[in-house]
Write a protein that binds this ligand. Structure first.
Ligand code: PDD
Length: 277
């Protein structure tokens, strides 16, 4: 496997990161997951825009040259023969003797490599089950930061519980998002999702779904919903770069709608690929 590390394409075995990299010590960095379909990056500009936002908010002093990074990402995909898959990219603040304040002089570490991603067709056809989990994360979930312990613990809780996804709630009136996805409900034909603020990651797929819903004339609103509204929705679905659109058919044993993937999620999924180019 070829890895892009600080502007160089190198073999995975040779791609060494310093033990004092702040990504390691503090989770002091940001990341993106890109999807490649038919050898082409999907919604690449939107991901790069969000990367820029994450860098700015964390004050990581990296002068992102989007066109250079784009070229490098394309080369990386080509070198690794990625036709249908994903690319993981992370930028940490860099390496310095361990100390909490931002180091005076350090160069960010930029790392990217391919990850296996395939369309979750089975889950899209049958839907998935989910469990609720208290949102124990910090209050800047809009930054795509490397600090994912809350997300990791939530996901593991879901798996241990025998379901596929954990849906976060801050309190009973406030459902936020999934452990690695955004969450949508459908009520009386209207799609609803959490507003893009500090409580959620503004998913690129979430934005794409908003665009698709407008194209399809399906009303969509950004408004907080409660745990009860979630469980009593006609449909619940999740979105992410790797999941695309997947219906949630059961939450903590409560059947959602008729227990089948719903028509709105299906319509969005159909449109997902029609509009992709
Ligand atoms: N996760 N919310 C959270 C907490 C996420 O981790 C993700 C994505 C999303 C959806 O964002 P997008 O549509 O841009 O993928 C929402 C990625 C895929 C991951 O960490 O693997």
């Amino acid at each position: 496997m070829f890895v892009l590390l600080n502007n160089k394409f190198i073999d995975r075995q040779d791609s060494l990161i310093d033990i004092e990299d702040r990504g390691n010590q503090f989770g002091d960095g940001v990341y993106e997951v890109f999807r490649i379909y038919d050898g082409e990056y999907f919604l690449l500009d939107d991901h790069l825009k969000r990367l820029e936002f994450s860098l700015k908010e964390t004050q990581i002093d990296y002068n992102l040259n989007q066109s250079k990074l784009k070229d490098q990402l394309l080369t990386l995909a080509q070198k690794n023969d990625v036709v249908d898959g994903g690319i993981y990219l992370q930028i940490s603040r860099g390496s310095a003797a361990r100390n909490h304040p931002f180091p005076e002089q350090t160069t960010p570490t930029v790392l990217a490599y391919p990850i296996p991603v395939t369309q979750p067709k089975e889950q899209q056809q049958n839907g998935i089950q989910a469990t609720l989990y208290q949102d124990i994360r910090w209050l800047r979930c809009d930054i795509k930061s490397l600090n994912l312990l809350g997300n990791v613990m939530a996901k593991q809780h879901a798996l241990d519980y025998g379901v596929n996804e954990a849906i976060f709630y801050r309190d009973k009136d406030h459902v936020t998002e999934g452990s690695s996805c955004n969450v949508f409900i459908v009520r009386d034909g209207v799609i609803q999702t959490h507003p893009a603020n500090n409580y959620i990651l503004n998913g690129i797929t979430r934005l794409y779904i908003q665009y698709l819903a407008k194209q399809l004339d399906i009303p969509i609103k950004e408004e907080v919903f409660s745990v009860d509204e979630l469980k009593q929705a006609d449909e619940v679905f999740i979105s992410s770069t790797t999941s695309e659109v997947i219906s949630v058919i059961d939450i903590d044993g409560q059947t959602i709608g008729d227990g089948q993937p719903g028509p709105v999620a299906q319509q969005l999924l159909d449109a997902f690929f029609d509009h992709k180019d």
